[in-house]
Design a protein. Structure first.
Length: 169
């Protein structure tokens, strides 16, 4: 059963939170703003290293909902509009956007605006994808993940290794 642990990084105008167990390591945050999101630093998230609007924009690119934000400057928080949508990712998870309520065994409920749900059956963090589909060689039709490849994420099938990710220590 999934038991997420969300860590909070508080800035002056915006608070960013991160749940490593939801992360699918596509590195949108690292590509989005290298001063705010930096793996080899503690804390790895510095919300005040950029304007709150810029930080929020990068957080909204996180497909899994591992990153969320809460505005402290009176501006509105992320509020999913329109119908909930589910999109199968080629050889990977089901990408869901909209208002997603995650109910846990202990009765707590977390509302996410984005989530990546496993469809290969190999997950360790039910029901969320944790990239086990890569090791399993899962093949299924779908749309490609729309991310920008870079030196941080050189190939689609080479996410940042969870074992090497210092945020997990
Ligand atoms: S689809 Fe990613 S772990 Fe199953």
């Amino acid at each position: 059963m999934f038991e997420g642990v969300r860590k909070v990084y508080r800035g002056r105008d915006i608070e960013v939170s991160f749940d490593l167990e939801l992360c699918v390591h596509v590195a949108e945050c690292l590509r989005g703003h290298r001063e705010v999101f930096q793996l080899n630093r503690r804390p790895w998230i510095l919300p005040d290293a950029a304007g709150a609007d810029e930080v929020a924009e990068v957080v909204r690119r996180c497909p899994s909902g591992a990153l969320l934000y809460h505005r402290l400057d009176g501006r509105p928080d992320e509020d999913p509009e329109g119908p909930t949508q589910a999109t199968p990712i080629k050889n990977g998870p089901l990408l869901v956007t909209g208002k997603i309520e995650v109910r846990r065994e202990d009765g707590t409920v977390e509302t996410l605006p984005r989530a990546t749900l496993c469809r290969c059956g190999q997950f360790n963090h039910k029901p969320f994808c944790d990239n086990q589909h890569l090791a399993a060689g899962f093949r299924a039709p779908g749309v490609p993940f729309r991310i920008q490849l870079s030196p941080i994420r050189p190939q689609l099938d080479q996410p940042i290794s969870k074992a090497e990710d210092p945020r997990g220590r």
